[in-house]
Design a protein around this ligand. Structure first.
Ligand SMILES: Cc1ncc(COP(=O)(O)O)c(C=O)c1O
Length: 347
């Protein structure tokens, strides 16, 4: 199977597994796991923040960042297409009593700056308090688009002026940094906290890291424990993350190149319309011209029978994500698979 459903499907390589098997471990709740301590330090340095905290997932990272900063009844400004709003099971309100104040995401993944400023609450006793702004980079729903340093810095200034915290859902921050040719540290210089994922483009089997100030991470560590996320000899999984940071950052550029080759190959196939400006990084979005009784799920099933797994992104659209497990040869097979599909019945 050629699995393009997501970059979360990568499998640890033999070298990564060896690093995991050999990891020095200890009880991380006592801060005695050498490998986790190393991963957290490495991550903080890479992100240009004071400290890092190893977590099970990106969802947990965003949730903990918000719970660390907000009280019940507070409001967080975020895009209406953000992962935190759409795909994190409403955790911030279920567990923290925090409201998402959503504003429209523009096609380039940003939010209109004037809208953000207008949305920030004043001192009116009737209103909730705005406490935080969350951005996502790369922006998944907006096509894997990378958000520029200039825009991030502008939001940083606004957040500072209004006394808000600024969190980045940087699940794919390395894809953004590579696309923008900007060191991660500099890209997120004006962000207070960031979650990045080890288990997407970086290819580790588990985990994310939340980074921020020492004071913030100290509070976040306690909330992680409260959520049942205090892990013990988890250096075994953190070692996959250390390996990924050492070996798999620069190779992400290959995923972007392969997404591009894939899009070029698909664009001339009858019955397929690429989404505007796709791909931005490692995601190709396309629309299928379905005939009357066809559904996108059928297309997905037919591709499965050809050995190709794709994600459904809408009633007529598919998402194809390149990652560490996808080779140049796979890309050619996928293009051929879509050509066969087109011959079979697309029009
Ligand atoms: C932009 C973004 N943020 C956060 C997450 C959540 O990560 P996890 O699946 O590790 O909870 C994802 C997962 O796909 C994502 O795409």
């Amino acid at each position: 199977m050629i699995d393009l459903r997501s970059d979360t499907v990568t499998l640890p390589t033999k070298e990564m597994r060896i690093a995991m098997a050999d990891a020095h471990v200890g009880d991380d709740v006592y801060r005695e796991d050498e490998t986790i301590n190393h991963l957290e330090k490495m991550s903080a340095e890479l992100m240009g923040k004071e400290e890092g905290l190893f977590l099970t997932s990106g969802t947990m990272g965003n949730l903990i960042a918000i719970l660390t900063t907000c009280q019940r009844g507070d409001e967080v400004i975020m895009g209406d297409c953000s992962h935190t709003f759409l795909h994190e099971v409403g955790g911030i309100s279920a567990l923290g009593g925090v409201m998402a104040h959503t504003l429209p995401n523009l096609p380039n993944g940003t939010i209109d700056i004037n809208r953000i400023q207008e949305a920030i609450r004043g001192a009116d006793i009737h209103e909730p308090s705005t406490r935080m702004v969350v951005l996502e980079n790369t922006h998944n729903r907006c096509g894997g688009v990378a958000i520029s340093k200039e825009y991030i810095d502008q939001i940083g200034v606004i957040s500072q002026n209004y006394g808000l915290s600024f969190h980045m859902d940087g699940a794919r921050i390395f894809n953004a940094a590579i696309k923008l040719n900007e060191p991660v540290k500099s890209l997120i210089q004006n962000v207070d906290s960031i979650t990045f994922c080890l288990s997407k483009g970086l290819g580790a089997p588990v985990g994310s890291v939340l980074c921020g100030t020492t004071d913030f991470i100290q509070k976040a560590r306690k909330i992680r424990k409260q959520l049942g996320g205090g892990m013990r000899q988890a250096g075994i999984i953190a070692a996959g993350g250390v390996y990924a940071l050492n070996h798999n950052i620069n190779r992400i550029i290959n995923d972007h190149r392969r997404a591009n080759v894939l899009a070029i190959g698909l664009q001339s196939i009858e019955g397929i319309d690429l989404a505007p400006n796709t791909p931005q990084t490692n995601m190709v979005f396309l629309n299928i011209r379905l005939s009357e009784n066809q559904t996108i799920d059928q297309i997905q099933d037919d591709l499965r029978t050809k050995g190709i797994l794709v994600g459904v992104a809408g009633k007529q659209s598919l998402r194809l994500v390149t990652h560490l497990g996808i080779s140049d040869e796979d890309i050619q097979k996928v293009i051929s698979g879509f050509m066969d599909l087109s011959k079979d019945y697309l029009n």
